[in-house]
Write a protein that binds this ligand. Structure first.
Ligand SMILES: C[S@@+](CC[C@H](N)C(=O)[O-])C[C@H]1O[C@@H](n2cnc3c(N)ncnc32)[C@H](O)[C@@H]1O
Length: 301
């Protein structure tokens, strides 16, 4: 409770609108009573939720401007998708696994913003939701929805191995907890954007989850991303996500360690000797490992 009280104004607004939206949309989805629409219309048509979201946007537009509006809008949107996920889990078919995935995805993006608000508010911005991570991230998400839809249409039974989907949920929760532990351990030393210039107060963190591995937030995100595809029961995307994430984090870790060695010198080299990266078969930057190519888009998140 104390933690919530200390959160910055934008963090408070985010929490408030996520909760309000979740409450309203969850009640509405299950009762079907919003704006007097029957439950069939509410659940089965697109325009009911869309109209309702327009109304919410209108209220937010009236109450806020600028940054606060952007934060409230995104939080309300994530609350609405979170509620949709809860509603879909009540289905006995493939929609259930899609519902679980929707809950996991919306909670992840919302909790990223709130975690930054709590641990490093100085860096808080709209991009702390990391909804606009990268083109590749967007393409990967859409690809997973397409795989789920195609398989659900042609092989509906394939999407009813709920026990396997629940294993994916457990993997996502573990990944999420590990990543957030890293953010709360590193606090102001954690930044969604890889830093090129060392701030005077930037300290090397080697305690807590950082004593288990050098890149706990990336480890958490790596397993979380694979977990989302197990949750969706997407065999093709499980493999694609594992391979793509591995290559992404191999380059990211390499780039980041290059900067960390310039920041902390022998202190970081000593840390590298004691603690592994935590990612399978990824060594990170070492002077004898300088042949990897770095791409320009490897400096954020
Ligand atoms: C997105 S965070 C990722 C941190 C870390 N790679 C992880 O997975 O938990 C990136 C920022 O964290 C900083 N950073 C990474 N490891 C750090 C450490 N052990 N101590 C302090 N700062 C660190 C980097 O300078 C970079 O600006």
């Amino acid at each position: 409770m104390m933690v919530i009280r200390n959160i910055c104004p934008a963090g408070k607004k985010a929490l408030m609108w996520f909760l309000i939206s979740t409450l309203i949309f969850t009640t509405s989805f299950f009762s079907g009573s919003v704006l007097g629409f029957s439950s069939e219309l509410w659940a089965l048509t697109y325009w009911g939720p869309a109209l309702y979201f327009c109304l919410l946007t209108f209220i937010l537009r009236y109450c806020y401007t600028g940054f606060m509006y952007e934060v409230a809008l995104r939080s309300a949107f994530l609350g609405a998708t979170f509620s949709l996920g809860i509603f879909l889990t009540s289905f006995e078919n493939g929609w259930r696994v899609f519902g679980l995935y929707t809950i996991i995805l919306s909670f992840f993006h919302f909790s990223e913003f709130v975690s930054v608000a709590l641990t490093n508010p100085r860096t808080l911005s709209v991009s702390s939701f990391i909804l606009n991570h990268s083109v590749q991230y967007g393409v990967a998400a859409v690809a997973s929805w397409i795989e789920w839809a195609v398989e659900f249409y042609f092989f509906p039974d394939m999407k009813t191995f709920f026990w396997l989907s629940y294993c994916g949920v457990v993997m996502c929760i573990a990944g999420e907890v590990f990543r957030k532990s890293a953010m709360f351990t590193a606090k102001t030393n954690f930044n969604h954007t890889v830093q090129f210039v060392k701030r005077p107060d930037h300290e090397l963190v080697t305690h807590g989850v950082y004593s288990i591995c050098r890149h706990p937030s990336y480890v958490g995100w790596f397993y979380w991303s694979i977990g989302t595809q197990i949750t969706l029961l997407n065999p093709i995307c499980v493999i694609i996500y594992a391979v793509a994430s591995w290559f992404f984090f191999r380059e990211r870790v390499y780039a980041e360690e290059l900067t960390l060695i310039t920041f902390f010198g022998p202190q970081y080299v000593d840390y590298q000797k004691r603690v592994g990266t935590g990612l399978p078969c990824i060594k990170g930057y070492t002077p004898d490992n300088t042949s990897q190519h770095l791409r320009d888009d490897h400096w954020s998140y």
